[in-house]
Design a binder for this molecule. Structure first.
Ligand code: UGA
Length: 431
């Protein structure tokens, strides 16, 4: 079976390589020609550990090819995965422009039956819309099926998550189409849930929103721990051992970021609003997240006296480690607040880069950790990259003007650093 993946972003490239790994012939399509050139040369357009090796391996074996020619690609492939972006519109709703364009080009160019699989995160009801868009674009009526098959992989561990999913969700109205899609994944050993398309669409949003809820819950509790002198990490261990709660997504910090949680929760709130409903818990989840970094920055500013005129190192600008993605990263909000407070900011990240337009005399990025923290009054840790966890902070201390370590991800050993003479402060961390 020949498979086409439309959209060579994060999910598209990973899905393409997963299906190639599972033994299928895969073509990756994207209108961005320079992206296609890069991929054809074995270069990923983003940072993702392990994915570049898989790309080069499958290019060499001929299992995967890339193109920008949509007409031919739709002609040559019986199964088409939609992995195009669904960015946030100005009102928080998901912008389905790219989904519509993709559906219309399928309708125009399909020479025979096509199985269309929606992997992009799309609002409830999009499956039905895609059916309409394809039908309207067809010159003659040709049969097709549209299945909703959301993706649950994480940046930083994309290939592993794709190869070892917890479950596969298939939202389908047609048994034959369901079996066809199931057969594509038959080498993966995980439960397969077959349900209605609308349910599959909602499962994706509900999963992300629930994970974000766990994070905001633990983050708000961390504020209470800061006041009570209790250690939030110990609380998380204690409650996480109850299998009804689960140990994951209970790491307190300066808040969740990335291209998924913030965007998807807004889209879900928008859907609820369209149906005259308020999802009040989720509204609070967003509020807690938006105020979490600010809450701790205020505490840290009091520790320092003021940020005004101080030199602050901000380490880890990506929204989490092992990615170069800075979309909605808490570090970006922290930098904006520090700029307003007239601090001088020295930034470091093992991979991610600040956009050139952000640089100024007040804000610079450096390549080495040592150079970044040189003569700083404080270090703020924003994402838990391994080089920061394994750094020899005992040695690095001599480079600092003042030994303030402000740990936004609770990634370091506060007790040990305090005994080494640091003024250490984490998120609800007490010992
Ligand atoms: C998230 C979901 O975890 C994936 O299942 C989903 O497929 C994906 O969104 C998506 O919709 O595409 P991702 O955004 O890549 O994946 O990253 P996560 O590992 O979920 O982290 C999101 C944010 O939550 C990060 O800023 C991270 O630092 C933060 N986080 C995570 C915490 O603050 N505490 C935790 O305990 C866990």
């Amino acid at each position: 079976m020949n498979i086409l993946i439309m959209g060579m972003g994060y999910v598209g490239v990973t899905t393409a390589l997963l299906l190639t790994e599972l033994g299928w012939n895969v073509t990756g399509l994207d209108p961005n020609e320079s992206r296609i050139r890069m991929l054809s040369q074995g270069v990923l357009p983003f940072y993702e550990p392990g994915l570049d090796d898989a790309l080069r391996k499958h290019l060499a074996s001929g299992g995967i090819t890339f193109t920008s020619e949509v007409d031919m690609a739709v002609c040559d492939n019986e199964v088409i995965f939609l992995c195009v972006g669904t960015p946030s519109g100005s009102d928080g709703s998901a912008d389905l422009r790219f989904i519509k364009e993709a559906a219309e080009s399928i309708g125009k160019n399909m020479p025979g039956y096509r199985l269309v699989v929606i992997k992009s995160t799309v609002p409830v009801g999009t499956n039905e819309q895609v059916v309409q868009w394809i039908t309207q674009a067809q010159l003659t009526a040709i049969s097709f099926d549209v299945i909703s098959n959301p993706e649950f992989l994480r940046e930083g561990s994309a290939l592993r998550d794709a190869l070892e999913p917890d479950r596969i969700i298939i939202g389908s109205e047609n048994d034959q189409a369901t079996e066809r899609l199931r057969s594509l994944y038959e080498k993966l050993s995980c439960p397969v849930v077959v349900t209605k398309p609308k349910t599959a669409e909602l499962i994706k949003y509900a999963a992300n929103a629930f994970l974000a809820t766990k994070i905001s819950y633990i983050n708000e509790l961390a504020r209470l721990c800061t006041k009570l002198g209790v250690n939030i990490a110990d609380v998380a261990v204690g409650i996480g051992m109850d299998h009804r709660i689960g140990a994951h997504f209970l790491r307190a910090g300066i808040g969740y970021g990335g291209s998924c949680f913030p965007k998807d929760i807004h889209a879900l709130l928008f859907t609820a609003q369209e149906h005259d409903l308020s999802l009040t818990i989720l509204e609070k989840v967003v509020q807690v997240n938006q105020s979490q970094a600010v809450y701790y920055l205020d505490i840290w500013e009091q520790l320092l006296g003021s940020f005004n005129g101080k030199t602050i190192a901000v380490l880890g600008i990506s929204f989490k480690p092992d990615t170069d993605d800075i979309r909605e990263a808490p570090a970006i909000g922290i930098i904006a607040k520090l700029l307003k407070s007239s601090a001088v900011i020295r930034v470091h990240d093992p991979v991610a880069k600040l956009p050139g337009s952000m640089y100024s005399e007040q804000l610079q990025q450096f390549d080495s950790l040592e150079e970044t923290i040189q003569d700083c009054d404080a270090v703020i840790l924003c994402s838990e990259w391994k080089p920061y966890i394994t750094a020899d902070w005992g040695q690095l201390k001599s480079l600092l003007k003042q030994p303030f370590l402000l740990d936004g991800r609770n990634m370091l050993d506060g007790a040990q650093l305090t005994s080494q003479g640091y003024h250490y402060s984490g998120i609800g961390m007490n010992w």
